[in-house]
Every structure is written in C-alpha cells, then in structure tokens.
Write a protein that binds this ligand. Structure first.
Ligand SMILES: [Zn+2]
Length: 180
C-alpha cells in the first residue's frame, strides 16, 4: 500500500464508512495497514470489534471488490480458514473511477460558472444566476437587499487549476494501471 497517497486513502476510508459504517472502515484499515494476510481472528483482535460484525463486514468488503481471501483447511479440525488481504489491483481501479467521477463533477461546475453571471446579496451571501436575479427584480429573496453582481473569475480560476491537476493525476494512474 506504500505507493498510494495518504489523501487517497483517507478519501477511501470515508467512502467505505459511508457504505459500510465505522466497522467497515476499521476492518478495512487493519487490512490496508497489514503487510501480510490476516485471519478473521487476527482482525477481530486488532479492531477489538465483535466477531460476527467483523465476519459480516469482511464479506461485504469482498462483495464490493475491495478485499480478497485465500481459503485453506485448518489441519487440526479440517475446517476452512480464511486469509484476508486488500485487493490492490481492484482498489486502484475503484480509486481511479472515483477520481474520474469527481473530475466530471468539477468540469460540470466549471461550465456552470463560465456560462452564468451571478448576483450576490451583500448581507447574507445568497447567490443567484442572472435569470434568477431578474425574476426577483435584483433583490435578495431572503432579506430584500439590493443584489450585487459577482465577479466569479477567481472561482473559475481555482476550478481550472483543480481540474488540470486532477486530469494529470488520472492520466498518470491510468498509465500505471495499464502497465500492470
Ligand atoms: Zn439577502
């Protein structure tokens, strides 16, 4: 996992927590930080979470393709034991897809900023497009103050910088993934 940037991992932890809750986050974190495959019991110990919850979460993480396992027979009682690890290849794909989705959102936002003129209330910051402001006679719909035209060139510039950086990141990672 050393090659991945910390910010990406934080983002991923948040993403996992949003779909699998804090248990999902903790279980995944333990696997992501482990240099070797881990048994269910080891994950239970490391997280201090309920055994049933950990097992359930492991299968859920497996279902969304973020972790994988190796199944072996325990020589003592010949029952199956599972060795879990993060599916690094799949993980890179998931991260890249998420990054692309963010990129598209930013591009849409940029177009919206470029194609509209905005008006802002100097009192409470309500922001309207030209059409919306026109409908309201250039008065704030909340407090009635006179709206002021907003210079959004700074917002546009920031979005453009962000998009450029993210585009380069996506290109770099696509190259890495396609070269194995
Ligand atoms: Zn106002």
């Amino acid at each position: 996992m050393g090659k991945r940037k910390t910010s990406n991992m934080k983002d991923l932890y948040t993403f996992i927590e949003s779909i699998l809750g804090p248990t999902g986050r903790e279980v995944f974190k333990v696997l992501a930080n482990s240099t070797k495959e881990l048994l269910d019991d080891e994950i239970v110990k490391k997280t201090g979470l309920d055994e049933q919850d950990v097992r359930k979460t492991l299968y859920e993480l497996h279902n969304i393709g973020l972790v994988t396992y190796k199944k072996m027979r325990n020589p003592e009682d010949s029952r199956y034991i599972y060795y879990w690890r993060v599916d690094a290849i799949r993980l890179n794909h998931v991260l890249l897809q998420r990054k692309k989705a963010v990129l598209n959102k930013l591009k849409e936002r940029l177009e919206y900023e470029k194609n509209n003129t905005f008006f802002k209330c100097p009192i409470d910051g309500v922001r309207l497009t030209y059409d919306e402001a026109l409908e309201n006679d250039f008065k704030c719909p909340r407090c009635g103050a006179e709206l002021e035209m907003e210079d959004n060139s700074e917002v546009v510039r920031k979005l453009e910088t962000l998009i450029k950086e993210l585009e380069e990141e996506v290109k770099r990672e696509e190259k890495l993934i396609s070269h194995g």
